[in-house]
Design a binder for this molecule. Structure first.
Ligand code: TXA
Ligand code: MG
Length: 320
């Protein structure tokens, strides 16, 4: 952590005070930075929507310090949720469960379920323990834009309006949590993430994947999301090299950067790629090129979540 920031202990105390006061705090998690408010305080939660420019009917995830808090938010907690929490928490897995009546509608977008997760970041876990409540937090970016994976990204997103930021360094996972809907049988993955269907199936027989059409409930489910401003497209490597030479393009490649091209080359390991994806898109977006050309990642389950985010970024970056 750099010297410009106060020591973590002090920062956590400040964050607790700010949250109890009803202010927003940007928090580090292993996936992406969150824009947090006291989930029991509707006015505080309202500030999240105002700052993000997010439609009010989009539900938020409540971050909690551990499985023992599930029952404070969920009406009933199936055994599978406890077994999954035992295996994967703290970690990048969010449960959708039927909510208790006292969970504010502002948090759930007025629906009967609530999203819950225990993030794997030491600062934020300590904050949650000291705060002694739940923190409603979407990703700390303006609506539809690229999620932040460092404190600096949060500053870049909000500028003067940036809230107090707990600086926990760079996010280790780099893409948002897997969301699994446990409020229905069979359970369903609503958003893919680092934790894949094969890891979850042993706990959830019959587990399905893919949001059902017509459901507006998962904002990450909308086709356009996580988007840079520069038009983004995905090509096979040979085509990408040809096109990049013809156009004023920057490129996002896998393995080695082709000679003569400007851009970023990411690791061919899917987890390492995911960790760098959003920071790379942000950097590429700043280069003021005519377009960003992205090398098509390999097929297969390890790349599913990354490919999902890329496809949404493509749609979001190409306004019709
Ligand atoms: O990794 C993450 O999940 C990050 C970090 C900050 O924890 N958070 C995150 O939040 O990605 P957000 O708001 O950008 O995305 C949360 C997703 C949204 O797509 C939202 O619609 C969905 O979770 N969600 C939340 N509550 C839900 C519910 N009750 N039913 C269905 N979807 C829900
Ligand atoms: Mg988001």
């Amino acid at each position: 952590m750099s010297e410009r920031h106060p020591p973590p202990a002090m920062t956590i105390a400040e964050a607790v005070t700010a949250l109890h006061r009803g202010d927003l705090v940007a928090i580090p998690t292993e996936t992406v930075y969150g824009l947090a408010a006291d989930a029991r305080n509707p006015d505080a939660v309202g500030k999240i929507f105002a700052l993000k420019g997010r439609p009010a009917d989009h539900p938020l995830i409540v971050h909690i310090s551990g499985p023992e808090q599930l029952i404070q938010w969920a009406r009933e907690v199936p055994d599978a949720a406890y077994r999954l929490a035992e295996r994967f928490w703290p970690g990048p897995l969010t449960f959708i469960l039927n909510k208790r009546d006292d969970v504010p509608d502002e948090v759930t977008g007025g629906q009967a379920t609530v999203g819950l997760r225990c993030p794997d970041n030491a600062l934020t876990l300590e904050l949650l323990r000291r705060f002694q409540g739940g923190l409603a937090a979407p990703s700390a970016n303006r609506f539809g834009r690229i999620s932040p994976t460092s404190a600096q990204h949060v500053r870049d997103e909000f500028g003067e309006r940036a809230p107090l930021i707990l600086d926990g360094g760079s996010c280790t996972v780099g893409i948002e949590s897997t969301i699994v809907d446990l409020s229905r049988t069979p359970a369903r993955i609503l958003r893919p993430g680092r934790i894949g269907i094969e890891q979850l199936r042993p706990y959830l027989p019959g587990l399905q994947a893919g949001a059902q059409t017509g459901s507006p409930r998962v904002s990450g489910d909308m086709a356009a999301h996580y988007a840079p401003r520069t038009p983004l497209s995905m090509l096979r490597r040979d085509r990408l090299i040809e096109e990049a030479h013809e156009r004023d393009a920057v490129v996002l490649c896998i393995g080695e950067l082709p000679a003569g091209l400007v851009g970023v080359a990411l690791d061919d390991d899917a987890e390492a790629y995911a960790r760098q994806l959003y920071a790379s898109l942000r950097w590429l977006d700043q280069q003021q090129a005519a377009c960003i050309l992205l090398e098509q990642p390999p097929e297969g389950p390890a790349w599913l979540a990354v490919t999902d985010r890329i496809k949404r970024a493509i749609v979001g970056s190409n306004p019709k």
